[in-house]
Design a protein around this ligand. Sequence first.
Ligand code: PMP
Length: 409
Amino acid sequence: MTPSYLDIKSQFPVLTKAPAPGQPPLVYLDTAATAQKPKAVLDAMDQFYRESYGTVRRGVYRLSEKATAAYEGTRKKVAALLGAASEKEIIYTRGATDGLNLVAASYGGSQLKAGDEIILSQLEHHANIVPWQLVAEKTGAAIRVIPCDDRGVLDLEAYRALLTSGKVKIVAVGHVSNALGTINPIREMADLAHAAGAVIVVDGAQGISHMPVDVRALGADFYAFSSHKMFGPTGVGILYGRYELLEKMPPYQGGGDMIRQVTFEKTTYQNPPHRFEAGTPSIAEVVGLGAAVDWLQSVGLDKIQAHEHALLQYGTRLLSQIPGLTLIGTAPEKAGVLGFVLEGIHPHDIGTMLDMDGIAIRAGHHCAQPVMARFNVPATARASLGPYNTEADLDALAAGIRKIQGMFK
Ligand code: PMP
């Protein structure tokens, strides 16, 4: 392997074990949906459950103190990973969807009024569309959409023009498109949003584990993502928010842990981040996320980015040589997503047939129906990359596609 490649597949049990005797290990090309877990994360959760498990921030006994230290330790790790000003800016959520709903309901719900505007982009995942539609319906705000070109690049001139209305309060945009791989110019978009008096909410679900992310360098006011896409467990995610914005936001959900004092007459709330963390959280999952952050830091996000970029170029070359294959999403600034359609073969058939060869890809609309509509396709097949993938995985994909084409002749 050339120096830009990582060699870490052996750290992932599911990728190294034969699924059945005599079969080759799985070729996993669906990291944009969810990432596989390294042994370091599995071990950390196992050890936590065996040795340190207890409730957090409530118990007075030692086990609870130990659990709380591990749980709060992750907050510090995530703050450092993101370059946040303080760990108080890090809110535990259930995932990117939950974080985006939190911002839309709490920030949007309290700041928007009839006639205000929310800007989204054509490239958004449904998780960064529907929560805004819900709050727009409640407040009377209107949604405007930044279009993209035939490569999947956002039209920044159109964005600038949308911002001139003087009514825009929120811009909500993905860091990286899950369907096309486009990396959006967040810093530039944030500067434009701020100059127009708006805040920018970044859906970082596809950004965080594929490149170094510094929320302050990006100019993001909010940045949401899921642990499960960054090699951690399901059921937990992070919402980063600038503290001065979080401070003026009302609670999203009510319950235990988010209050200062409760009476039937009046209840007072904790400061952020705890104001937004009602109920017993996903404790072991938060610890697993902490281990995932350690793991990412130990590999190096710059190395992961270089590895995936080299693989993306390799895969793009391979797939471009296949007659009848059209890549959907060809932005110059692109992360490790290879979306494509094949002449005469439905994406679902491609996915099912590749699975018979032990190759896992995704087929469908990728929860991004407006993207599919823009490219005039009902669905695409999508191979997406992680740091554990290799050139051999992409060779297997290309061979699998050619084999399917042969069967359909
Ligand atoms: N945004 C993007 C860009 C995504 O790819 C996803 C997951 N496919 C989400 C948001 C939602 O993430 P989750 O389902 O983990 O909440």
